[in-house]
Design a protein around this ligand. Structure first.
Ligand code: PEP
Ligand code: MG
Length: 325
């Protein structure tokens, strides 16, 4: 198997009929970086900046943040890196950051909610990102956006930092691209105005599915009760893809779904041309991709999307039968 994946590394990531799909990795620490080259991935689709904060015993200084971001960009070279701003709070606890206990941490004071209330924290991070990316392309996305005003506020913070640094003569990124993560279902019903404010969106399917089905992603007892390979969830994903196409905004997905070959297959069938996953999944997903008969899969997905009653074999079973045929 390992041999087979290594042989695939140099091969372009495309379906049997030649449709390219960008396969990227999720990362968060310096130790993840060698995986970028080893896996042959196209870039880092999700850089979880909170990991540096979670492994530290005190708040990382601005200079330490900047150093990490610059090292990541150095290692990536020409390959794009998408930095996600701090996604802390909820279950991602920082021992040195005081937080009140919460009944429902997943629904609580976390991610962009916390960041907008503590602009000092957010501005330090944004400044570190802007400085680290001097002369290069910088892609930043915001987690847990629930309404569009949050995105506006986040963009304002970036603009302020940009102007501040420019005033003091810093070299700014060559290009700045801003995105929102789609993880909260409320965004599904404001997709057009959302798309007008961003350069890209990335679906966090772990959280989106958690909130879509009201199922705690960390609770083993219910974790396998509902299947993301289902018509309703596919319709949600398709809705996002359609809005992206309508507005000329690229849509990617960076949750765990992207890293399981059967789910990744379904995502490509739905229309995703860029997905980001744990680095060890690149080989298996690429192995699936290069043998994929896309037109045939698209016909099956269209059938699933139209299927009203959900009687008969499950979506997973139908996809499995397709994959084995
Ligand atoms: C997600 O929610 O799918 C995601 C990629 O973010 P995280 O797993 O870090 O919450
Ligand atoms: Mg998430």
């Amino acid at each position: 198997r390992q041999e087979q994946y290594r042989a695939l590394r140099e091969r372009p990531a495309e379906t049997a009929d030649g449709t390219p799909v960008s396969l990227q990795i999720n990362a968060g620490l310096l130790v993840d970086l060698p995986q970028l080259k080893d896996s042959g991935a196209a870039g880092i689709g999700l850089f979880r900046t909170e990991l540096q904060f979670m492994v530290a015993s005190s708040m990382p200084r601005a200079s330490e943040q900047e150093q990490l971001y610059a090292a990541v960009l150095d290692a990536a070279g020409e390959r794009p890196v998408t930095f996600r701003t701090l996604d802390i709070g909820g279950d991602k606890v920082l021992p040195y950051l005081r937080q009140s206990p919460e009944e429902n941490p997943a629904l609580g004071y976390r991610a962009i909610r916390l960041a907008l209330d503590r602009p000092g924290l957010m501005r330090t991070q944004l400044r570190a990102l802007l400085k680290a990316a001097a002369g290069r392309e910088l892609r930043i996305m915001f987690p847990m956006i629930t309404e569009i005003s949050e995105l506006r506020q986040a963009r304002d913070l970036i603009n302020r930092e940009f102007q501040y640094l420019t005033k003091f003569g810093h070299v700014m990124p060559r290009r700045l691209k801003l995105g929102a993560m789609i993880e909260v279902p409320s965004l599904l019903f404001q997709l057009d105005p959302l798309m007008q404010l961003v350069d890209f969106v990335s679906i966090g399917s772990n959280d989106l599915f958690q909130f879509f089905t009201a199922t705690d992603r960390g609770n083993a007892r219910i974790a396998s009760r509902f299947d993301p390979l289902s018509a309703p969830f596919f319709r949600a994903l398709k809705r996002i893809l359609d809005a992206g196409a309508r507005n000329g905004v690229p849509v990617t997905l960076c949750g765990e779904l992207a890293g399981r070959p059967l789910s990744a297959m379904a995502l490509v069938g739905l229309g995703f041309r860029s997905i980001s996953m744990t680095s060890s999944a690149i080989g298996p997903v690429k192995a699936m991709l290069v043998t994929l008969d896309l037109p045939k899969l698209e016909a099956l997905i269209a059938e699933i999307l139209e299927d009203g009653a959900g009687i008969g074999p499950s979506v997973r079973e139908r996809l499995q039968a397709f994959a084995e045929a």
